[in-house]
Design a protein around this ligand. Sequence first.
Ligand code: GLV
Ligand code: GLV
Length: 300
Amino acid sequence: MYGGRGAPSQEDLRHGATGAIAIISTVNETIDSAVMDAAGPGLRIVANCAVGYDNVDLAAANERDVLVSNTPGVLDKATADVAFGLLLATARRIVEADHHIRTHPDWHWGPREFLGRDLSAGTTLGIVGMGRIGFEMARSATAFDMRVLAYDPRPLDRRSVDLGVVAADLETVLASSDAITLHCPLTPQTRHLMNERTLALMKQGAVLVNTARGPLVDEAALHRVLVSGQLSGAGLDVFEDEPRIYPGLVELANVVLLPHIASAGDHTRGAMALLAIDNVRHCLEGRPLPTPVGCVPDQR
Ligand code: GLV
Ligand code: GLV
């Protein structure tokens, strides 16, 4: 058992895992082959308390007949809420304006003070990764009268189509959207999905929101397009090398930064913990896992 604060070292993890039959991990823990070997041959399951499971070495788990589960479904709305919050905060400069009146007691109302980008008036949200979280984001955007374009390698499901979401290829989504929000998993294929080339495809003055995984975005390239004004803002809940933040980003007023809190809803975190425990229980009782990685029940 590891009970420290923050991300443990790999050595702490190996020590804590010794003799474990089940590991419940969070995004703070990298569960690699050495941690599994430290647990030993009795290890049956790694239950990741997150929907993303890029922190777990699936190949190493497979080789050792260790099951892996995640917590999809229970955090969709909470995550989309924070993504939408970041969208509003960046487009309408909410955090920047808050900082301004805290530091300028002489602030005044002005017709052009803190002009931001209107979200409703026919603007387009581009969703990259149209899974459950992407769908919740589409629902919020639709309620805000936004047009929704989506890129996903899989065809759109019925309810997304019914909502009016329009599928397009990545280039079209990037080039046609006033804001882009990322909701895809981190895999070798999606690492640096947003890079020099793809960021340049985004509309002049658009906004980027990332509540998925930091390494989806090349932060150095993002910093450049924010400084040049190609993008008007970015809302980031996740970072390439957490907890490190690309130094230049902290200095920019048009960036809103959150410490990976998208699923941190009071009910949501409880539901994630219960689902992780449920997976462990099913595994130890020899029953099929509720949410094994690789075959997550979806509303498609
Ligand atoms: C959190 O980051 C998650 O993947 O659930
Ligand atoms: C996306 O996050 C999904 O759960 O498909």
